[in-house]
Design a binder for this molecule. Sequence first.
Ligand SMILES: CC(C)(COP(=O)(O)OP(=O)(O)OC[C@H]1O[C@@H](n2cnc3c(N)ncnc32)[C@H](O)[C@@H]1OP(=O)(O)O)[C@@H](O)C(=O)NCCC(=O)NCCS
Length: 156
Amino acid sequence: MTVSVPGLSPGSKSATAAAGTVGAMEIDYSWRGEFGNAEVNELHAEAFGHRVLEDDWSTQLERHSLGWVCARDGDDLIGFVNVAWDGGVHAFVLDTMVRASAGRRGIGARLVETAVAGARTAGCEWLHVDFDDHLRSFYFETCGFAPTNAGLIKLV
Ligand SMILES: CC(C)(COP(=O)(O)OP(=O)(O)OC[C@H]1O[C@@H](n2cnc3c(N)ncnc32)[C@H](O)[C@@H]1OP(=O)(O)O)[C@@H](O)C(=O)NCCC(=O)NCCS
């Protein structure tokens, strides 16, 4: 069901950016930042351990997402997260990913923090996520998600 969200206007889905330093790296975090399909496909393949696909992230996210966050070290896309949307007050964190060579430096935490801020600013009331057991401390302790019951059916 699609509901109208008070305060949620096309303008509130606009891009925002912030910077942070990790060691010698100056990382730029941008909500709805520009990206190319090839760089996201390459990062996704590395993060989730599969061959590089040719998915059209650009079209998919413009159609179905509230937003996304790009983390860049200069021109290099080193982190990305997608925030899918029900068209109302629920948003869903998907495909949080950080380049392995930049891992465990707080970049994943900043990606999610930027996603939380973007979803809140857009007028969403709930941000959902699901994940494997080994990421419990990342999502619960680092990112501040509360444990809840959730369900999943594999459709194919
Ligand atoms: C999950 C992921 C995005 C985390 O990014 P990151 O930049 O390395 O995370 P952070 O540095 O912000 O981590 C902060 C804290 O979260 C926890 N954490 C992060 N990654 C973890 C992991 N793989 N295993 C266990 N704890 C982890 C740790 O407590 C960490 O603090 P520490 O490094 O001081 O121990 C990254 O490991 C990744 O891309 N993984 C592969 C793709 C994936 O599985 N994504 C999740 C889909 S739901």
